[in-house]
Design a protein around this ligand. Sequence first.
Ligand code: SF4
Length: 514
Amino acid sequence: MADQNRSRTPDRPPRTAPVQQGRQSRRAADPADAHLEHARDGKLKLNRPQRGLIDETEARQLSEDRERLQRQGIGGPLDGRMLSNPAAAATGPDANRPQVRPQAEGWTQQTTEDGRPLLQFKQPRVAQPKTHLADLTLAERQERVKALGLPGFRAKQLSTHYFVHHTSDPERMTDLPAAQRETLVAEMFPPLLTEVRRLTTDNGDTVKFLWRLFDGALVESVLMRYPGRVTLCVSSQAGCGMNCPFCATGQNGLTRNMSTAEIVEQVVRANQVIAEGGLGGLRRDGGHDAERVTNIVFMGMGEPLANYKRVIASVRRMVDPAPEGLGMSARHITVSTVGLVPAINRLADEGIPVTFALSLHAPDDELRDELIPVNSRWKADEAIDAAYNYFVKTGRRVSIEYALIKDMNDHAWRADLLAKKLNARGRGWVHVNPIPLNPTPGSIWTSSEPDVTQEFIDRLNDAGIPTTLRDTRGKEIDGACGQLAAEGDEEADGSVTPPDAGRSGTSASIDLRG
Ligand code: SF4
């Protein structure tokens, strides 16, 4: 899921949460210290919390959780392994707070033989789309045009049509010889995305697209107008192999990586829609200037860093000046990940100053192992270290995305632990974006209480970590990426569908990617 402002990601503008009055001092005991100790070199070291030790309060909470889940008909009994909660026995905001554990609702996670959630890093061997102009550098386009028997400068003309005028319509390419236009377009612009559905909010400032790829796979993009910018949330994979228990996209695993051009085409098509007046909402310029997508967030379907090469090539296409590419600012492009550590380090060395966002959602491995299955491969501390390395290498402050889920990850001790872990690496390198979920009665994937949310934010801010609660966009049209595609294309007739169509109210509609 993209950010140029000191404390804002571009797709989700900050919402100032109400200040809680009369908050009591809470610094007397610091249960998170149980996890940390100072090593000889003065660095903070993380101890793994003890498992299996529970007190009476926790045991009662576990029992209540189990009964509640069983009443809701989701999952079997818990296995008795407890998530450590060092604050559970203390008085304070976490006293009597239950610990809800992540669990897929309404579907079953694929698992390995030893019962762990299955992770897919490699795409299956499937057909790939034909090579498109946007897959190629300008030099490669020139070679290709020459191979078609035309002078190389035609590549520049074609590129200008695509990246500047956002068209691949031969009728509009009047500077090309009429006799060769059709051939050129057929060779350089194979069809990539067919629009299947388009959902629009009432005021028109958010548009969600469902696209069909050449092989029938479905992906989504969401276009959002904010004051002073237009953001597009793009997909990078059809399906996803990361198997997060809250995510519609991951339910059926990874279909395939999207090509560079398929990723870029989402931007070009969005620009077409904007040019046609398809994005409503108030324009800051009063509607006089040509508009286009200004910000990109890789927070749609798929794990961008699992499709590393093509995602990076697409970012280069976005930032390369026209007619090589779209001429966007790298700072306005946010690459988000659930924590593929080697790829984060590689990204830090690319020399493209994109904004980087780590979807952390839990600072402790016990919870994160279940919430974000890839945590079994790279632990929370390794992911935070890689995020810090990104800051060191690029000078770009990174975002930690943290969806607040009631009684699952919103405990005050987790805010403290997160603050400690971030501050242990340094100051001023990170900001945290807690993301509110929608209230979803009956689901474990529901929003935190307002006072709990405020406490979480206050603790981070008090610890010196800039923290801003996000507003979320597109929920009325299933803003959670993967939801439309998960529904399939039963209603796929290309018509405009009412904005609130298709809400499932289950975990399938939860988007924790920030
Ligand atoms: S949340 Fe992101 S990484 Fe996890 S399964 Fe969904 S798309 Fe993949």
